[in-house]
Design a protein. Structure first.
Length: 301
């Protein structure tokens, strides 16, 4: 082989080797560049996500603190304007729910979640949610009606749905009662408005009804005067309307007197028990007999 041909062949081989090496080097640089790019992106994403989580956490705690302050301020304002306790508890519950929903949506937005999509998804499931929460929404609407129409308020003594007690709270969906034997009864607002409500505190005065019995042959006028004298001595019994005493029934073994007196609503039970005891003790002193059920049997021979 000629020398020039051999030299040319060697140069060609060397050139190919250099080109291959250069290509391999460039490919290595590209791969290392991609790796560095991906590492940088991951670092940036981690920093961004961590920053968002940190900001979201700060916003949440600050928002929760502000909500507590707003609720406390709302309570002070309502108390200063002498709003009814039932309105205060209802508005406090309502404002708390609204502010917490706003705070949650704000935190979600800071984390980068599309709130529009979240709301759209919530709206899409609105029908199912509405059906599932129909009773809750009804109770909420009835809570608003209770505040507007005021069939009762906090502090009133009411009877509803077979329960009776003092109203201690009117929440956005329920009404809370405390019974005389210190039980707590929670009734949904929708249920309580669907039946009869007896409000014993609405009026300032109440009528107390009694039925006292004397034996046949006893002096009815003396019994009437005895009852009226007892009523005059008790300062809790109001003079107007005047106490009423009359023969209400002629039963099998007694003459029954119907007594009606008016008292302040708060004195109802005290007067009721006191009058029963006082009449039981006073009638015998006046020669009046408190009879017990009996039957006279006459045998003819």
């Amino acid at each position: 082989m000629p020398i020039d041909t051999l030299i040319f062949s060697d140069l060609s081989s060397a050139s190919d080797s250099i080109a291959s090496a250069a290509l391999a080097h460039s490919e290595g640089l590209v791969n290392r560049g991609l790796i560095h790019t991906w590492v940088d992106k991951i670092i940036d994403m981690s920093i961004s996500l961590g920053t968002k989580i940190l900001i979201a956490a700060v916003v949440y705690f600050i928002g929760a603190w502000l909500i507590r302050r707003v609720l406390a301020l709302l309570s002070v304002i309502l108390e200063r304007h002498k709003a009814e306790l039932s309105i205060r508890t209802f508005l406090r519950s309502l404002v708390s729910v609204i502010l917490n929903i706003i705070l949650i949506l704000t935190v979600i937005s800071i984390l980068g979640i599309n709130t529009a999509s979240f709301l759209a998804l919530f709206a899409a499931g609105g029908v199912a949610i509405g059906l599932a929460l129909s009773n809750t929404l009804q109770n909420f609407a009835n809570g608003v009606i209770i505040l507007l129409l005021k069939p009762y308020k906090v502090g009133d003594f009411i009877a509803a749905q077979g329960e009776s007690g003092f109203v201690t709270a009117v929440q956005i969906t329920t009404t809370e009662l405390t019974t005389r034997d210190n039980r707590v009864v929670i009734i949904p607002n929708g249920t309580i408005l669907s039946g009869v409500i007896q409000n014993y505190s609405r009026m300032d005065t109440r009528r107390v009804d009694f039925s006292f019995s004397i034996s046949y042959g006893d002096d009815v006028d003396k019994a009437r005067e005895t009852v009226l004298a007892i009523c005059r001595e008790d300062a809790r019994i109001l003079p107007d309307p005047a106490p009423f005493v009359a023969v209400g029934d002629l039963s099998d073994s007694s003459v029954d007197l119907t007594v009606r007196v008016y008292v302040k609503s708060d004195d109802y039970w005290d007067v009721f028990f006191a009058m029963n005891e006082r009449i039981y003790k006073e009638f015998p002193k006046q020669g009046l007999t408190v009879p017990f059920p009996q039957m006279d049997v006459h045998v003819k021979k």
